[in-house]
Design a protein around this ligand. Structure first.
Ligand SMILES: [Zn+2]
Length: 204
């Protein structure tokens, strides 16, 4: 029989930049971001975008002091004064070699339960779950395969309350305003469609 033990609480302090725009001043997670990992460095950062007002800021850290500046005219022309969340559709073509992922898992005590792992990865879990735990992606001898996914299209994010991970193919196609057959692979990306193709599809 086990008895309940009183929980001890630990506190982790994180340091955040407060949004410097006068009409926003968002703090903490809501603002432009956490500076905790940079406080000991003399470095520059940005553009970081405020989660609340979506405007960009740049910063310089010198001897523990942080100085912020707003985007200059050239940076504004490049759109660095504002941002909005978007969704990006990427495509992975059939590969000549197997693709391997190394993902974070768990083991109980010192025992690895291969049977349970096989069930978990082969049947139970959705790839969306373990892709965010990926440590390494490997194809052949390449453990850093840049350009693995091909850019297809990007659209404004439909909003935090939209459950993109629960959308079916037709809903996703509608969201990206493309033919669902392109997502299922039944239809090739149109070569003459320059609206959303950033690089020409590979020659077969
Ligand atoms: Zn802000």
């Amino acid at each position: 029989m086990s008895y309940p033990i009183k929980a001890k609480i630990s506190e982790i302090i994180k340091h955040y930049i407060t949004c410097p725009y006068e009409d926003c001043k968002a703090e903490g997670e809501e603002g432009p971001g956490s500076i905790t990992h940079l406080l000991d460095c003399d470095t520059s950062f940005g553009p970081w975008y405020c989660k609340k007002c979506h405007r960009g800021i740049f910063g310089d850290i010198m001897k523990g002091e942080i100085f912020l500046h707003f985007p200059n005219e050239r940076q504004k022309e490049m759109g660095m004064d504002s941002s909005k969340p978007s969704l990006v559709l990427l495509r992975l073509d059939p590969l000549p070699q197997s693709l391997f992922l190394v993902v974070k898992g768990i083991m109980h005590g010192d025992k690895i339960d291969h049977e349970n792992n096989a069930y978990y990865y082969n049947e139970h879990t959705c790839p969306t779950n373990y892709l965010q735990d990926a440590e390494v992606v490997i194809i052949g001898k390449d453990n850093d395969p840049h350009g693995l996914f091909e850019y297809v299209k990007s659209v404004p994010h439909p909003g935090e309350d939209v459950e993109v991970h629960n959308m079916d193919i037709e809903e996703l196609a509608k969201l990206f305003n493309i033919d669902g057959a392109i997502i299922t692979g039944a239809k090739e990306l149109p070569n003459n469609e320059t609206k959303f193709i950033c690089s020409p599809t590979k020659e077969a």
